[in-house]
Write a new protein. Structure first.
Length: 164
């Protein structure tokens, strides 16, 4: 199964494509979509969705995993902007027939490290190990996107086993 993982953001949107087969992961590609800060929000979101669509189609992904936003009392404005990005990405992927799952940061950390309160560097190191990479993927948003893809692979595999 080829999975697209997404770490959504308006300024920096991470993406990573992973092959998952027989409980093993293989990195395909990853990167970050950057949008200009002074640009109109609609244009920024369009830039993100266009690139995500291209990445999904060029890599023949079968499903996508998106990290949900973590709300805090002090981050309401940025969280609302990220929510708009998530909605637009889900709409675009749905339009081209790619199903999406959302996972909270806690679910992703638990899946990758076994501990929901793991530090960012711990998650990144486990992503490196699981994907057999020499170095932690950079930038951080790309590593986060790869962890979302791995989470869906683990989750989907477990769900399939429980159905049997």
């Amino acid at each position: 199964m080829r999975i697209l993982g997404i770490d959504p953001g308006l300024a920096d949107c991470g993406w990573g494509v992973v092959d998952f087969q027989s409980q093993r992961y293989q990195p395909v590609s990853y990167g970050v979509i950057k949008t200009p800060a002074g640009e109109d929000m609609q244009k920024r979101i369009l830039l993100i969705t266009d690139k995500i669509q291209r990445v999904a189609q060029e890599n023949n992904v079968q499903c996508a995993s998106i990290e949900e936003i973590f709300f805090t009392k002090h981050s309401t404005t940025s969280a609302l902007n990220v929510s708009k990005v998530i909605g637009a990405i889900m709409c675009e992927l749905g339009r081209i027939g790619i199903p999406c799952r959302l996972f909270s940061p806690l679910q992703i950390k638990s899946c990758i490290t076994g501990y929901g309160n793991a530090e960012k560097v711990q998650v990144q190191e486990m992503v490196r190990i699981l994907l057999g990479l020499e170095k932690i993927p950079k930038p951080d948003h790309a590593a986060d996107a790869l962890s979302a893809a791995i989470c869906l692979g683990n989750n989907g595999s477990t769900e399939a086993k429980l159905r049997v």
